[in-house]
Write a protein that binds this ligand. Sequence first.
Ligand code: CAO
Length: 415
Amino acid sequence: MSKALDGVRILDFTHVQSGPTCTQLLAWFGADVIKVERAGAGDITREQLRDIPDVDSLYFTMLNHNKRSITIDTKNPEGKLVLETLIEQCDVLVENFAPGALDRMGFTWERIQELNPRMIVASVKGFGPGPYEDCKVYENVAQCAGGAASTTGFDDGPPVVSGAQIGDSGTGLHLALGIVTALYQRTQTGRGQKVLAAMQDGVLNLCRVKLRDQQRLERTGTMKEYPQYPNGTFGEAVPRAGNASGGGQPGWILKCKGWETDPNAYIYFITQAPVWAKICNVIGKEEWATHPDYATPAARLPHLKDIFAEIERWTMTKSKFEAMEILNKYDIPCGPILSMKEIAEEPSLRKTGTIVEVDHPTRGKYLTVGNPIKLSDSPTEVKRSPLLGEHTDEVMAELGYSPEQISALRTAGAI
Ligand code: CAO
């Protein structure tokens, strides 16, 4: 079966996490992604957090599936010429170097346009234009600068970063959308364009509801669904909301049977208004369904702590899965706190290709997260990540280099 991005050729000049997430998605949709790496070294993540000596790390393998790897020293004059040939023959160049690195290599936007006016140049940077535009940025810096850390955690503790890589993988996702949009516009204009996804912007986009809350707070001085209401105090900025639900349906994380020894024996419980009477029945507080202090969402807001304490008395008598089974029968929204171990072993995620087992020539079998976006006419087949320079000869031949030329370039240290 053909793939959605068949025929699109990507010059993948990305490294670490944000850029590689983006190009991996494009590869899963069928683009030919050619990852350019430095000979002898490669993407730094190949050797980071290794669990097997001298074998590409899981960090690298899990972010670089379905790509081809070619080594080029882009600071070597002959290597630069090879990169120029690649630019001429690719549709998109994706990079996430520190600001200015591509220009210093000699590949300014103007130069790239000279070589290939149809080329889309897509970049991840830490910040957009402004005071921090020259800064190098990693995941947690973006989470802090994008508003996620100041709004995550508990009121009486410091800011907290999330395990979800919203700065890196989140920005990679944003960039991928920018790239396919630019490819679509190119079908009308015939021209390439620059695509920029700044990590601060990407995180802020994912924290949009917190900017909503900032303005609500400034107007009304309070936010009734936050745990600070009614007994705590609000300051000038959106506070950390603990595990409170972000929307209009109050929720909290509650202990389940076994919580004393299992750090993940918890459930997320949402007291959705339409099922309030059912919640009261399930937890044995039938009288709350009609009691004036509990019967309506507005009446419940000042009592949320007591309500969740009562619900927790019930959830603590059940395992998280038993509680799920009972609550789902009544359409009460809830979710088990799943550990990575439980997720890795979940058969339904294996069935859908969301968790995939991949075989690698030097590592053997490992698990990875497959394509979370499923296209019915463009199914994803997850293929292992390339070894460093595995496809150099193959790609060079496709670019028109003869075996003799390839061998001379290798001797010159250009590839
Ligand atoms: N041949 C020769 N040189 C190469 C090369 C190749 N194939 N590929 C890269 N290089 C060189 C670049 O030219 C550059 O050299 P100069 O600094 O001399 O111009 C250097 O390698 C790239 O360096 P970098 O500054 O991008 O890398 P770093 O490890 O110092 O910084 C990072 C990493 C991520 C902080 C930085 O790249 C960055 O801020 N990127 C933008 C934001 C981003 O994507 N962050 C998320 C990363 S994932 O957590």
